[in-house]
Design a protein around this ligand. Structure first.
Ligand SMILES: [Zn+2]
Length: 289
């Protein structure tokens, strides 16, 4: 648990340092520090913004049925945690008013489960809670938000650069016309063509960066899922989670094309179940030895 927390913190710091390094190669040092600080703040506060956006209801405000269900599943998780020497009592639970079956780790300490999930049995709910607590401890949402900020800055930066470049081209064209050089239909046509080319180049770069972002985040995200499953299995919720995954897939249909597979944020349930079983089996056989 402590190792997972430290690793999560170190990973976030490393990513922010890379950000600072890259920004300082483009901007002045003060700007680079400012932008990195803003990204860190957004990544941190995003936890609360997402809770508000999902209209998540804190467990204490729930009606007695959902409240008792969520609380007893959480209690089960905390008890298992205590016996494994892991303190999970700092987690804050919420219900998201959504009939679909899903759960979210919002950041460091907030977990939301949908109303749809709360209709299931207690064991399934605690299995999912164990998985989400695995995300919370290591701060996966924090990393995803930093990467999202990065791609937003890149896309925005490219848009601004494209806009400024074409603007500059047209200003040059207007000045040339003003001084009586060019100004005919041909020069208008050429300037129009060049400005379109510039826009294409910048839009092309945007697509390339977006493509790289989606592939990278897809890969990171799938690893995060395995790691959270592993954590749940370590907490002795492997069976519950595997059983839950076998009955309720959290994906909107299995990926079909290579593109789907590359971009998918979650591995397929079958793969996840296999890994959980592998883990449970190897620890079990080790314990028997
Ligand atoms: Zn997950």
């Amino acid at each position: 648990m402590i190792m997972r927390k430290i690793f999560g913190l170190a990973r976030a710091c490393a990513l922010l340092t890379i950000n600072l390094f890259v920004f300082s190669s483009v901007f002045k040092a003060e700007w680079a520090i400012g932008i990195t600080a803003i990204i860190a703040i957004i990544a941190y506060l995003g936890e609360y913004a997402s809770l508000a956006k999902d209209r998540a209801i804190p467990v204490r405000d729930l009606d007695i049925y959902y409240k008792s269900k969520l609380e007893s599943a959480y209690q089960l998780l905390c008890e298992q945690g205590n016996s494994a020497g892991i303190d999970l009592e700092y987690l804050r639970l919420y219900m998201v008013p959504d009939e679909r079956i899903n759960a979210y780790s919002y950041g460091r300490s907030h977990i939301g489960v949908t109303r749809g999930l709360l209709a299931l049995d207690e064991a399934s709910i605690s299995g999912v809670l164990a998985h989400e607590s695995g995300h919370c401890i290591i701060g996966d949402a924090f990393i995803k938000r930093i990467l999202f900020c990065d791609i937003t800055i890149i896309i925005l930066g490219l848009s601004i650069m494209g806009f400024l470049s074409t603007g500059f081209l047209w200003i040059v064209f207007a000045l040339l016309c003003f001084f009586g050089i060019g100004g005919g239909f041909l020069s208008f046509f050429i300037t129009g063509f060049l400005s379109r080319m510039i826009r294409w180049v910048f839009t092309g770069f945007q697509h390339i960066f977006l493509f790289i972002y989606q592939i990278t985040v897809g890969m990171i995200s799938r690893n995060m899922e395995y790691s959270a499953d592993h954590f749940a299995a370590k907490m002795n919720f492997g069976n519950e989670l595997a059983f839950f995954l076998s009955r309720f897939s959290l994906e909107d249909g299995a990926p079909k094309t290579l593109r789907d597979i590359m971009y998918a944020s979650h591995p397929t349930s079958n793969k996840r179940i296999k890994k959980i079983e592998e883990y449970c089996y190897t620890t079990l056989s080790r314990e028997v030895d």
